[in-house]
Write a protein of this length. Structure first.
Length: 396
């Protein structure tokens, strides 16, 4: 989706906020109906029945009737699709929507004249019950837009995202392949030797965030001071998220333009970032350390990088097993866990090959992708065969 910064007036912003509240209210009501279902009971109402109930609710409550029926019915449609995805085992079960988190609504059946350009940097989009709302024309809007989503982030910024299938980036056709090792200290290490890291908050920004978090802990709940501190924290974190997204877009575009085959590890990130606190009967261990590792993994943007690579280079992203990629020597193929002397250094105890540990892992990922492509009938990789794990013979 192509996202743009909205510039609503204060009056328009109030109506947009009402739309978000109505969409959240309708979504939560639909979720509540489904949460009461148990085996043996009648099925929860579907989309058509919920639309009928919505009509009755709008007739009974003036504040709901003042909102847009398009926004409210689309919230029910989105919920029905979310439940279908859950039963299809492609997504998790829908959860409650909270005020200030994930605020937004979707508009479908967009006509050709509902989006127009006013000047070189300004455009307008037509929103039900709001009218024409201006947005920053930072790049061309995709043609044939059929729907869009208006969102408000925790920092109070409004955005509009137009749904469109992006054009894939053409392969260079040189046969070049690359392995990408994702890590915490180094966000992405390439088999070419390049080390790429997500830009986070600067030192001064990090210190200010720490001060704000301490101030938040002292602020009284519900006070205006607490609200101002939370808004300042949200602005800092939004800046960090914007930098991470920008890095992902630029990195994925560069990789898609330079290489025909991009190899990554097939990591189960949701399992890796699962909480370790356990239960009351079986509490976890090292919970705080695991929570810190989880945050570092999420901040590194592992999942989003691969997702955007698959969008921009469809069919050219190869996922390989992550087993032994950090312990195997990329020169001789011997697997020895003690060869990785530290987080950054790898020195093979068999052949003496030494290099950066992340680059060595990226090279192994590249080799494994070459064998996978050859096995599917693609061009031969031309790389030495990667041997299976075998014991290392040490002299007495």
């Amino acid at each position: 989706m192509s996202r743009y910064r909205l510039r609503p007036t204060p009056a328009q912003e109030r109506v947009l906020a009402d739309h978000c509240g109505h969409a959240r209210f309708v979504w939560n009501l639909a979720l509540e109906q489904h949460s009461h279902w148990k085996p043996g009971r009648m099925a929860a109402p579907g989309f058509v029945e919920q639309c009928r109930q919505l009509t009755e609710a709008r007739a009974a409550f003036a504040w709901l009737r003042a909102g847009s029926i398009v926004v409210q019915q689309q919230a029910l449609k989105d919920f029905a699709q979310a439940m279908a995805n859950f039963f299809g085992k492609t997504h998790r079960k829908p959860t409650w929507r909270r005020r200030g988190q994930g605020e937004g609504f979707r508009i479908v059946a967009v006509k050709a004249g509902d989006v127009r350009r006013l000047s070189r940097k300004v455009g307008e989009v037509k929103v039900p019950k709001v009218g024409w709302v201006r947005f920053r024309w930072s790049r061309s809007v995709p043609e044939g837009v059929k729907s869009y989503r208006v969102t408000r982030d925790a920092a109070g910024r409004w955005h509009v995202a137009f749904a469109a299938i992006p054009e894939p980036i053409p392969a260079p056709g040189t046969g070049a392949r690359v392995g990408v090792d994702r890590g915490v200290a180094v966000s992405a290490a390439l088999s070419t030797g390049e080390m790429l890291s997500v830009p986070g908050l600067r030192e001064t920004e990090g210190a200010r965030l720490l001060r704000l978090l301490r101030k938040l802990a002292r602020a009284k709940r519900g006070s205006n001071r607490r609200g101002r501190v939370k808004a300042a924290i949200a602005r800092l974190k939004a800046r960090e998220v914007d930098r991470r997204k920008d890095w992902v877009e630029k990195t994925s575009t560069g990789l898609a333009r330079r290489f025909d085959v991009i190899a990554v590890e097939d990591l189960k990130i949701s399992n890796m970032t699962r909480s370790a606190k356990g239960t009351i009967d079986a509490p976890g261990v090292n919970v705080r350390a695991k929570a810190g590792l989880n945050r570092s993994i999420l901040v590194a943007g592992w999942g989003r990088l691969v997702e955007r690579l698959e969008h921009k280079a469809p069919g050219r992203v190869v996922k390989v097993s992550p087993a032994y990629t950090s312990q195997r020597c990329s020169a001789c193929g011997i697997v020895d866990g003690k060869s990785r002397e530290s987080q950054a250094d790898f020195a093979c105890r068999s052949c003496g090959y030494a290099c950066n540990a992340d680059v060595n892992a990226a090279t192994n990922i590249k080799h494994a992708a070459g064998h996978a492509v050859s096995a599917r009938g693609g061009p031969p990789s031309g790389e030495p065969v990667n041997r299976e794990p075998q014991p290392v013979l040490l002299s007495a």
